[in-house]
Structures are given as structure tokens and as C-alpha cells.
Ligand binder design. Structure first.
Ligand SMILES: Cc1ncc(COP(=O)(O)O)c(C=O)c1O
Length: 365
């Protein structure tokens, strides 16, 4: 059997009619930049999340930049985040000359450990930036309580978790600004680069709308230093075709995850979703001690795997200037050696899930 990791080709076949029609409509109109599909998508995203404002942008990395720029966080200010994430989370902080301050993660969820946040707060701290890793929200009540006590903003990097809920509400309702990515392999992906920012705050929304088009308040009037951060109309057209199916895709991902866990939990450390929240399962990530051996075996069996992530951010060369060493964040360092993600997409069939689970178990015996 040959298993596909994200199965984007199959996904395209399933929605082909609507995707092709939407793309063709853009081609016919040639409204490639900020066409009406962008506006329409933003309305649909607002409806989907219940957010007052959904603002699309070029990708999930620029979404983070827009959030921090709207908050006017300054060079030498500090933002607290996790070292166990994709580079964008802290890269964007550093790109704006803000200092990323890392706090170790909770071993059970892979998300920032709220119990360790207060010790990292200084008089330069301006925001906390949790990441909803693998699709699961962080401990938002605890994080928001700390933010309130210390007068800090909260930005959720939800690049992997669009549609995930915390206490029955989408994550935008648990922070000042929520960002996401529509990178093709993300739970809701477009067919190129894409992203969005969400907020219930009027001022941030106005600013981010301007920031993504070079800080422009009206044509060629530049109120802020901004960026070229628009979403392409063609990508909006793809997302408009896919969004109506997304709720069902999340349910299907949750079912796949449930089946994996049922088949594997007695043999290996399977992921845990905490109470009061849902995951959209961007990844299904297990922990094993003999990772390389497992990956090699699965490759031989036609099962692709991925490691998210093998090096924590504080040990990346680009962050050497922070002066952090091995040992600073032991939980992140440990999980970096053990995590491995199995194929995850809403189209996985029972027999494929069983096949993967069986192959994993064979090597662990
Ligand atoms: C946690 C996290 N933050 C940010 C990003 C950046 O998103 P993009 O690739 O759309 O720039 C990604 C994914 O790629 C991500 O996983």
C-alpha cells in the first residue's frame, strides 16, 4: 500500500468542479489583486469564526508581522513564546528587532507551559504569543489571566489550528489578535501562499487592513510603514471553494486521529487533547525513542512521515545571539528527539489507518 501524507491531489479531485469554476471566474475577470473574491472570503471567514474582523494576507508569517506591527511593539521590547514551533513564530519577532523570550512547553500538549510564563516576564515584555501546535489551542485561560495581571497583549499563532476551539469558541475570542496560515498542507490550505489575521478590536483591524497594503489609507496615501501583504485573488477563489467543506473536514480529521489513538495508545505515546478544547489535527504526532528506525521502516512500507520539529528554536543558528544553550528548555529539547508525525488528512480510509498503525506497532514490538 502507498499512503499519501496530506493527500492534496485527492482533495483537489473532490472539490475540482468548484475550484476550477472559481479560478476560471477570476481569470475571466482578470481581477488578480484584491478582487471581490478576497472581500467575499473575508466575510465568510468572519462568519466561520464569529470574529468581528477577518483580514486575509499573503501568508501566516506576514500575518504575525501584521499583528505585532498593529500593536506597535517596538525594537528591544520582548515577546514571550515557545521554542517548540515552526521558525516563523519567533523569526517574525526578531525580524521586527523585538526580543523573543522562550518559555518551555507542557510535555502533554507540546504547547507553551503557562506555569513557566511569569518567571520570564520583565518590564520590557509586551505580549505573550502561544502557538496552537499541531492544531490544539494552548491553555488560554491561564495565559490570559497572566496577560491581564501584567497588562500584556496576547497574539495566538494559529497557523496550524484554524477552526480549533477553546471552551466552544474559536481561538480569536481568546486573544487580542489571532493569526493563521493557508499554506497548502495546513488544515485549511489554499494552492500557494495565504494567511489571515482575525480580531475583535476595531483599531487593530483598521491598522492591519492598511498595513497589508503598504500602510495605505487611500490610494497612494501612506499613513503607516506597512508591507506588500495581500492575499492573491486566485488563492481567495480556491479558499472560497474549500471553506464550505471545512467543518466536515475537521470532523473527518478528528475521526482519523481517534482511530489512530485507539489503535496505538497501548503501544506508543499518542497525542493528548486537553479538556475544553478541540484540535483540528494539523498533525498526528506520536513520540518514540527509536525514531529513525521507525521512520525507515515506515518508508519501506510506503508510509511517509515527517518530524515537526527536530531542532528547538533556541538552538537554531539564527538565534545564537540570544545566548541560549542546550539544557535551557529541556522538555522542548527532549520532544524534538522523539516526535514523529504520521500521515494525516481527512480522506484517510480505515484500512489505511489500520495499515499505518500496524506498521508502527511492528517496529515497536
Ligand atoms: C506555527 C506556525 N507559524 C507560522 C507559520 C507560517 O505560515 P506560512 O508558511 O503561511 O508563512 C507556520 C507554517 O508554515 C506554522 O506552522
Amino acid at each position: 500500500m502507498k499512503i499519501d501524507f496530506a493527500n492534496l491531489q485527492h482533495q483537489y479531485q473532490v472539490y475540482k468542479k468548484d475550484i476550477d469554476a472559481n479560478i476560471q471566474a477570476v481569470l475571466n475577470k482578470s481581477n488578480y489583486i484584491m478582487g471581490e473574491e478576497v472581500k467575499l472570503l473575508e466575510q465568510q471567514l468572519q462568519y466561520f469564526t464569529g470574529a468581528k474582523h477577518a483580514i486575509t494576507c499573503s501568508n501566516g508569517t506576514d500575518a504575525l508581522l501584521l499583528a505585532m506591527m498593529a500593536m506597535e511593539i517596538q525594537p528591544d521590547d520582548e515577546i514571550i513564546t515557545t521554542p517548540f514551533t515552526f521558525i516563523s513564530t519567533a523569526e517574525t519577532v526578531a525580524f521586527l528587532k523585538i526580543k523573543p523570550v522562550f518559555v518551555d512547553i507542557d510535555e502533554e500538549t507540546f504547547n507553551i507551559d503557562p506555569n513557566k510564563i511569569e518567571a520570564a516576564i520583565t518590564n520590557k515584555t509586551k505580549a505573550i504569543m502561544p502557538v496552537s501546535l499541531y492544531g490544539q489551542p494552548a491553555d488560554m485561560d491561564e495565559i490570559n489571566a497572566i496577560a491581564k495581571k501584567h497588562n500584556l497583549k496576547v497574539i495566538i499563532d494559529g497557523a496550524q489550528a484554524f477552526g480549533a476551539t477553546y471552551k466552544d469558541k474559536m481561538e480569536v475570542h481568546h486573544c487580542d489578535i489571532y493569526t493563521t496560515s493557508f499554506f497548502p498542507a495546513k488544515p485549511l490550505g489554499c494552492y500557494g501562499d495565504g494567511g489571515a489575521v482575525f480580531t475583535n478590536n476595531e483599531q487593530y483591524a483598521e491598522k492591519m487592513k492598511m498595513m497589508r497594503v503598504h500602510g495605505q489609507s487611500k490610494r497612494y496615501h501612506h499613513k503607516y510603514i506597512g508591507m506588500g501583504g495581500r492575499l492573491d485573488t486566485l488563492q481567495a477563489a480556491v479558499l472560497l471553494a474549500k471553506l464550505p467543506h471545512y467543518k466536515n473536514e475537521i470532523i473527518a480529521r478528528q475521526a482519523v486521529a481517534g482511530k489512530y489513538t485507539q489503535a496505538l495508545h497501548s503501544s506508543v505515546k499518542t497525542p493528548l487533547v486537553k479538556e475544553n478544547r478541540t484540535s483540528v489535527w494539523a498533525q498526528y504526532t506520536i513520540r518514540v525513542e527509536n525514531r529513525q528506525q521507525l521512520q525507515e521502516h515506515l518508508t519501506q512500507e510506503g508510509i511517509p512521515t515527517a518530524v515537526h520539529y527536530s531542532i528547538p528554536l533556541h538552538l537554531q543558528e539564527c538565534f545564537q545571539y540570544l545566548g541560549l544553550q542546550k539544557g535551557c528548555f529541556p522538555v522542548s529539547e527532549k520532544v524534538c528527539e522523539e516526535v514523529v508525525s504520521l500521515p494525516m488528512n481527512p480522506f484517510l480510509k480505515n484500512k489505511e489507518i489500520d495499515y499505518v498503525a500496524q506498521a508502527v506497532k511492528t517496529i515497536l514490538k
